[in-house]
Design a binder for this molecule. Structure first.
Ligand code: DGJ
Length: 750
């Protein structure tokens, strides 16, 4: 429910030699769904201040939380103390130049080269549901969605009359989730060009800073490791300047109370629906106030806004929990499963796939692929995915990107006969593309060298011997899409793996005018979204899996187009414990590409039991990435059982509530997690022993999420105990040796 409440704030202040009484009219705009309240307030002078964000509070006058009365602010007829006001108040959308020296959300350069901006309230409106984010000339901005009865939206319009801009701040609160989304749109209402130097998506100010900041950091094959640091004075941030959301830092951050654990404490989670350069920054200012801002990274960003043009910031998703970090994660999972992921595969069990990458790399022909498919089909595997190397003359990673034409030396007869044969086995067929790239050694590059991102006259940096195509250029996108369409229309391709294997360098475009060159970072991302939108609209049956050298683009922007993302190139079951646990901080298991691969593991050389590899991959979309014709017979024989296990439990994993029962980042000797159905009638538990320890002949793991008063049977041991017993007493899990796993199924008996 969105309400407006006017009230008067009165205070006494020593002014011009006398103790005088002042009063000010304020209006509080408040959003509440019974779980959380988010409120902002408009002062008499038109400043939009932050008022409250947290657990739901009753319908009361909360204007005092803006804390105007305690500080010298006399807007009427006394401007002497405005600077104190600006630098200490809690702003909804802080600007630069009028005395708030903390991190701003907006910086505008006007035609005179001035950068000061002073936004004041103009109007607001509310609506049921959630409008799509829009910007003139942009086909698609990914964002969460909601029907009329699922959310309410508040749009507050601010203006700066000096440089003639309006800023629309959009807030949506979801009916049954502790989640608010925010975005901002700047419109040039004047007659002159202006430049947006920075447009962040949102800000939250607190009158305290007793938080820890959690971020997800890593590298190739080591994505999204959880790191937790105490806030300190000054700024702490994570960001990407690579053009993709990156392996190094995920566009996620949470501020949690010092006591927060999985089960207790406060957690404010933030995740940006964006796949390019981002900034997530917390600043602790004088007086101990904390400010959090997030959005497109202002680093090397500048956007020319001509009269009547607009610029929209990506959506910032904010989740609040007062029941620990686990509840925050579950709210993100529910939000993304219900209100972000789209398409026919959104709620469906995904086909069990086998991918040939780690099986063959570039060394295959149609017969080899068919043999893998034939053997796999007999074991219950449902889809063959042909990875890199099927096109151009690509026998290594040094050529042919951009030439999306079947290599008939490898696939004799072309794609269709192979796909038809695989379909005849009862299997689906999927194909790998890297649509954003071009190899210097390619027909495409020879014909259109200007289509690569570059600065004319400078050396172009290669990575994996490839360049990035200029997706800000519609002609480039049209060409690549035409090539992809030709392949999709030539054979029954039902899945695409969309890969992206390098960061951007020498960021310049041969098609953008000089004044718009710094827009390329963002225009590139919008171009990628445009093509993904066209692909998923024209081929609605396609299952799209994104990938970026593993998980370098695992973000909500991508999830809007593809319901699953390849989590990491590291398929080692033990490394995956940390990678998948970190990823689950804000992304649901249904989105995590996870495969059983061969040993010794190709990324780290470790050998783990086949059963453990299966149990760990069950936490994601599940599939295989090995030469099934050559693995040990015992492993091959285990596959039908693993597939059956996936079929039996995937609905609990895909749709249920996830509980992390151990913290692999604090104690890397074991991990455990469980999923519970929404009706709490069933649960699926997994334990993995990393290092056996003589002190732990068996471990006792406390279960979570069950009904305390219900009895549950452990289907693996036959034990029946109260939910409260399983949760307070726990389950005893024998430790069998290093890298051994154990899963258990619990069903309610009453
Ligand atoms: C990187 C991906 O992460 C891998 O899974 C594989 O598809 C290769 N690219 C292919 O070049």
């Amino acid at each position: 429910m969105i309400t407006e409440k006017k009230s008067t704030i009165s205070y006494r202040k020593w002014d011009r030699g006398a103790d005088r009484e002042f009063s000010e009219e304020v209006t509080v705009l408040r959003m509440d769904n019974g779980l959380i309240t988010y409120a902002c307030g408009i002062t008499q002078e038109g400043y939009l201040l932050h008022c409250y964000y947290g657990e739901s509070i009753g319908d009361d006058d909360i204007s005092y939380l803006m804390r105007l009365a305690e500080h010298p602010f006399t807007p009427n007829g006394n401007n002497r103390d405005r600077l104190v006001f600006m630098d200490a108040r809690y702003f909804e959308f802080p600007c630069h130049g009028t005395g708030d020296y903390r991190e701003p959300c907006l910086m505008v350069l006007d035609e005179d080269g001035m950068s000061t901006c002073d936004l004041r309230f103009r109007s607001y409106r509310t609506m049921k549901g959630k409008p799509a984010l829009r910007q003139k000339g942009v086909s698609c901005i990914p964002a969460t969605y909601a029907a009329g009865d699922e959310a309410e939206t508040l749009i507050v319009t601010l203006e700066d009359t000096h440089c003639d801009i309006t800023v629309e701040l959009t807030y949506t609160m979801f009916a049954d989730l502790p989640a608010v989304t925010r975005s901002a749109r700047v419109i040039n209402r004047g007659r002159n060009d202006i430049r947006i130097q920075r447009l962040l998506s949102g800000c939250v100010d607190w009158d305290r800073s007793n938080f820890d900041m959690i971020t997800l950091n890593g590298n190739w094959a080591r994505e999204r490791a959880v790191e937790r640091c105490r806030l300190h004075h000054g700024k702490q941030s994570v960001e990407s300047t690579r053009g993709i959301s990156s392996h190094q830092h995920n566009p996620f951050a949470a501020l949690v109370s010092h006591d927060a654990s999985e089960e207790v404490g406060e957690a404010y989670g933030f995740n940006l629906v964006y796949s390019g350069n981002f900034l997530a920054l917390t600043e602790v200012a004088a007086g101990g106030n904390a400010r959090f801002v997030m959005g497109i990274n202002p680093y090397d960003f500048s956007w020319l806004l001509r009269p009547e043009e607009d610029l929209t910031a990506p959506e910032l998703v904010m989740v609040y929990s007062n029941r620990g970090i686990g509840a925050m994660s579950r709210a993100f999972h529910d939000l993304y499963r219900k209100h972000l992921i789209r398409g026919q595969w959104k709620d469906k069990m995904r086909p069990v796939l086998i991918n040939n990458w780690e099986a063959t790399y570039f060394n295959f022909n149609e017969e080899k692929i068919y043999q893998i498919a034939e053997t796999a089909s007999k074991l219950g595997i449902e889809m063959l995915v042909l990875d890199d190397g099927w096109f151009g003359k690509r026998n290594y990673d040094d050529c042919s990107l951009g030439d999306w034409v079947v290599n008939e030396e490898k696939l004799r007869g072309g794609l269709k006969p192979l796909v038809d044969r695989i379909n005849a086995l009862g299997m689906k067929f999927g194909l790998w593309f890297e649509p954003e790239m071009v190899s210097p050694d390619s027909d495409l590059y020879r014909a259109h060298p200007d289509w690569a991102i570059q600065i004319i006259g400078r050396d172009m940096t290669q990575a994996r011997e490839q360049y990035v195509l200029d997706y800000s250029n519609e002609e480039v996108r049209d060409f690549v899409y035409g090539e992809i369409r030709a392949i999709l229309d030539s054979a029954n391709v039902e899945y695409i793996k969309w890969d992206m294997n390098r960061a951007l360098t020498e960021v310049g475009s041969t098609s953008l005018p000089r004044k718009r060159q710094r827009e390329l970072w963002h225009r590139y991302v919008l171009g990628v979204y445009d093509l993904m939108n066209r692909l998923t609209t024209d081929y609605p049956y396609l299952l799209l899996e994104n990938c970026s050298s593993g998980g370098a683009r695992f973000d909500p922007g991508i999830l809007y187009f593809s319901p699953q993302i390849w989590t990491s190139d590291d398929t080692d079951a033990i490394e995956r414990l940390a990678i998948q646990s970190g990823t689950s901080i804000c992304y649901p298991a249904s989105t995590m590409g996870a495969h059983v691969s061969d040993c010794p593991n190709h990324a780290i050389g470790r050998t783990t039991p086949f059963a453990t590899r299966g149990d760990v991959a069950l936490m994601g979309t599940f599939g295989y990435e090995l030469d099934v014709t050559r693995i040990p017979e015992a492993d091959r024989e285990a596959i039908p059982g693993q597939v059956a296990k996936f079929k039996k439990f995937n609905s609990i994993i895909r749709n249920g509530d996830m509980y992390r029962l151990a913290n692999i980042f604090e104690d890397n000797s074991y991990d455990a997690w469980m999923f519970v159905t929404k009706d709490r009638k069933e649960a699926f538990f997994t334990f993995v022993q990393v290092l056996n320890h003589p002190s732990y002949p068996a471990r006792r793991i406390l279960l979570r999420g069950l009904d305390a008063d219900r009895f549950y049977r452990n289907e693996d041991t036959g034990e029946v105990r109260l939910g409260s017993t399983w949760m307070q007493g726990g389950v005893i899990v024998g430790a069998f040796g290093d890298f051994v796993s154990k899963s258990m199924h619990f069903t309610a008996t009453n």
